[in-house]
Design a protein around this ligand. Structure first.
Ligand code: AQP
Length: 332
């Protein structure tokens, strides 16, 4: 079975629709066909200061949500990044293979650091792509299911893997990103030219999966569309409507042409009302399952501990090979 690896930050509490449609939905499907490793990237979360109690709560919440989407610990390995020290141990080697300019060109770093200013940007935010490279390489992953915004990080991973292999001999699998075109980028409801994002979206622009259905309906109702009234998929001319159609189509399995036909002559109001129902139908059992997992933290922690054990077995083997190739003496 080919191997997949991916992660999600425990940042804002609730996952949003972009996280789910862009990434986690694919994770659920891939656990059936792949040797799948999925983690909550708590180490990445502290590149921006976090309150410890909040981080703890959000990490459990993220794990509960992963299970609630349908990830099954019998079919895939679910764990917390901080439980597998090999990630950071490998990331040092990756940092020493990464050019300063190469890291400085990462668009996520440029965006976030320019917003924060140099004094508030941590070295961790700068080196976080190297940790992400290590996250992927330490499992010898073949594919990385992510949204479009992560493509550049997977490209960096490929470059580093090839660089290491070239210098020290064949060691790493060179991974590919696994990005579904239709849902690669879910857009902000208030500004459909930017991605729906935890840090950049306003609350009205983002559909949190743990929102109350009433809130979801309100947000969808006020979603920015255009001055036309025709429901048509056209990303250049009608980005707002196209985004709504993508969400609708992915959650129901209905084709875009079918939806265009269904809403012909009905206008945006009907589309938004129905979409609110579609989203509610999907999120209601998801929210209930999340609460169930949260209500039983002992079971949750056991699942994560077992996942970490399975993950470590793979990661430790890679790290041992890498440290040997680099020239570190074994600790015997
Ligand atoms: N809008 C999106 N459309 C498609 N995919 C998306 N992803 C995030 N936003 C969208 C994908 O979700 C996965 C987990 O994301 P993450 O929480 O690890 O990190 P992120 O990309 O940093 O999430 P945000 O919301 O965009 O947070 P900010 O803006 O704060 O960084 C990833 O696979 C991501 O591609």
């Amino acid at each position: 079975r080919p191997r997949v690896l991916s992660g999600i930050q425990p940042t804002a509490g609730s996952f949003h629709l972009g996280n789910y449609l862009g990434a986690v939905r694919q994770w659920v499907a891939l656990q059936e066909t792949h040797d799948a490793f999925y983690m909550v990237v708590d180490l990445h979360a502290i590149t921006i200061p976090k309150d410890p109690a909040e981080l703890r709560a959000n990490t459990r919440l993220a794990a509960a949500q992963l299970l609630a989407t349908g990830l099954d610990p019998e079919r895939c390995t679910i764990f917390l990044q901080s439980h597998v020290p090999e990630h950071t141990q490998l990331s040092w080697v990756v940092e020493c293979l990464t050019g300063f300019g190469e890291a400085a060109r990462m668009t996520q770093f440029k965006d976030k650091s320019s917003k924060q200013g140099t004094d508030h940007t941590t070295v961790g935010l700068f080196t976080y792509p190297a940790l992400m490279v290590a996250d992927i390489l330490v499992y010898q992953a073949d594919q990385v299911p992510v949204g479009e915004d992560q493509r550049q990080h997977v490209e960096l991973t490929r470059n580093i893997a090839e660089r290491f292999n070239g210098r020290y001999g064949a060691t790493f699998t060179v991974p590919e990103s696994y990005i579904l075109k239709e849902t690669a980028k879910i857009y902000d409801l208030q500004d459909p030219t930017i991605k729906m994002s935890k840090s950049a979206s306003t609350p009205k622009g983002i559909i949190d999966l743990l929102d109350e259905p009433k809130t979801t309906a309100k947000k969808l109702k006020s979603a920015v569309t255009d001055t036309d009234t025709v429901v048509r998929f056209d990303e250049a001319e009608k980005p707002g409507v196209s985004n709504l159609l993508t969400i609708y189509s992915t959650l129901t399995g209905a084709g875009i042409p079918e939806l265009e036909q269904k809403y012909a002559g009905k206008g945006y109001g009907a589309l938004k009302t129905d979409l609110a129902e579609v989203v509610t139908e999907w999120v209601t059992p998801f929210r209930e399952r999340t609460q169930e997992y949260l209500g039983d933290p002992a079971t949750l922690d056991t699942i994560l501990a077992r996942g970490a054990e399975k993950a470590r077995a793979v990661a430790a083997e890679t790290l041992e090979t890498v440290y040997d190739k680099v020239g570190f003496l074994p600790a015997k």
